[in-house]
Ligand binder design. Structure first.
Ligand SMILES: [Zn+2]
Length: 110
C-alpha cells in the first residue's frame, strides 16, 4: 500500500509510515471493546459502560480506531444508568408513599 500523506510505498500492515511518520489510517484496527460497549450501552448499561471504559483506555494506550464510539458508549450507558436510578428511586418513594398512605395493617382489611 501507499502512504496517504507522502505517497511512498509502505509495507502492508504497518501502522505508521516509515518515511514521514503519518498514521496509515486504513491499517489501524477498530477497538472491539468500544464497538461492543457502544452496542451494549443501549440495552445493558452497566456491561456497556465497563466495555466502553476498557475500550477507551485501550485506545488511549495504543493505536486503535473507535475512540468516539467508546466515548459515545460511556455517555449513553451513563445516561441510562442515571435514568434507571431515577426510576428506581421514584418507584421506591412511590411505594413508600403508598405504604404510608394505605398502611397494610391486618385491621385495614376488616
Ligand atoms: Zn508517508
Amino acid at each position: 500500500m501507499y502512504c496517504k500523506n507522502c505517497g511512498k510505498e509502505i509495507s502492508d500492515g504497518s501502522v505508521v509510515c516509515i518515511n514521514c511518520g503519518a498514521k496509515a489510517d486504513s491499517e489501524i484496527p477498530f477497538n472491539i471493546l468500544s464497538i461492543v460497549g457502544f452496542a451494549l450501552s443501549f440495552f445493558l448499561a452497566v456491561p456497556g459502560l465497563i466495555c466502553s471504559i476498557i475500550g477507551y483506555l485501550q485506545i488511549k494506550k495504543s493505536v486503535y480506531r473507535g475512540k468516539s464510539l467508546a466515548v459515545a458508549g460511556i455517555v449513553i450507558s451513563s445516561v441510562s444508568i442515571v435514568i434507571t436510578l431515577i426510576v428506581i428511586i421514584y418507584a421506591i418513594s412511590l411505594a413508600a408513599t403508598i405504604a404510608t398512605t394505605y398502611p397494610s395493617y391486618p385491621s385495614y382489611y376488616y
